[in-house]
Design a protein around this ligand. Structure first.
Ligand code: KIV
Length: 276
């Protein structure tokens, strides 16, 4: 059964919600035939797809491009797309226009916006425009320069209180779920217990209602060391490397192409005529 925003609430405290990022058509087709609850076109594509050091340069057009590709492959899945840096914290109007583009031209079912109390106006405006919003608190990568790096958030009483209050404010503003990134497990537990909407953790421990990870990290298809909170679930990197090397060897040894890969149907006299 296709996930909708209603499914998120229904699954809270009943069944863990599993989400992965995705950026391309083929991986999306594989996910379409899996039990994944939702797919996130994360602005992490800046890191793992474009090879940049952070997410800040990702544009609305890139999010739309990747959302379209994923949607073609994962047509049965609930698609959440990130609103990139500088596409929503400027004004409610700009947020609605940009969220609208992602839904209208990309085909996303919902958008994700990073931030707390300070962006509730923008979130409310996007929801008023009939676009579901997923929140994102804790380590919000678009604020990397403000945090001074990718650091665990919410360790002090003041910071933990800020995150809890933001979570309550986001729920009140109408988000259907909140991603909690890189916060202490016990804080994530407390927030999860206080909310009636699900929390989706990434580096937030076992008590959240679901988990989200970057697909390249779980497959092993990213050259940087995966963060402590992630896990490599298979060795696609080794398979790809073996495939590439095997292809190169076959070309060098002339063992590829074989008769199975060539087109032979041309009249002999055509060649003879050309050869004169
Ligand atoms: O951009 C992203 O991939 C994300 C998740 C990892 C939560 O925001």
């Amino acid at each position: 059964m296709k996930t909708t925003i209603n499914t998120f609430k229904e699954k809270k405290s009943k069944e863990k919600i599993a989400i992965l990022t995705c950026y391309d058509y083929y991986t999306a087709t594989l996910m379409n035939n899996s039990d994944i609850d939702a797919i996130l076109i994360g602005d992490s594509l800046g890191n793992v797809f474009k090879g940049e050091g952070n997410t800040l340069a990702v544009t609305i057009d890139e999010i739309i491009y990747h959302t379209k590709a994923v949607k073609r492959g994962a047509f049965d899945k609930f698609i959440i797309s990130d609103m990139p840096f500088m596409s929503y914290k400027i004004s409610a109007k700009k947020s609605v226009i940009n969220a609208g583009k992602i839904v209208k031209y990309g085909g996303a079912d919902a958008v994700k916006m990073e931030g707390g109390v300070e962006i509730c106006n923008e979130i409310r405006a996007v929801i008023r425009a009939d676009i579901p919003v997923c929140g994102h608190l804790g380590l919000t990568p678009q604020a990397i320069n403000l945090f001074g790096g990718n650091k665990v958030q919410g360790k002090t009483y003041e910071k933990a209180k800020e995150i809890l209050e933001s979570a309550l404010a986001l729920e009140d503003a109408g988000v259907f779920a909140i991603v909690l990134e890189c916060i202490p497990q016990d804080l994530a537990k407390l927030i999860t217990e206080r909310l009636s909407i699900p929390t989706i953790g990434i580096g937030a421990g076992v008590y959240t209602d679901g988990q989200v990870l970057v697909v390249n990290d779980i497959l092993g298809t990213y050259d940087k060391t995966p963060p402590k909170f992630s896990k490599k679930f298979c060795n696609a990197d080794i398979e790809i490397k073996n495939g590439v090397e095997s292809y190169i060897r076959s070309v060098k040894e002339s063992s590829f192409p074989t008769s199975a890969n060539v087109f032979t149907s041309i009249d002999r006299d055509v060649i003879e005529k050309l050869d004169k």
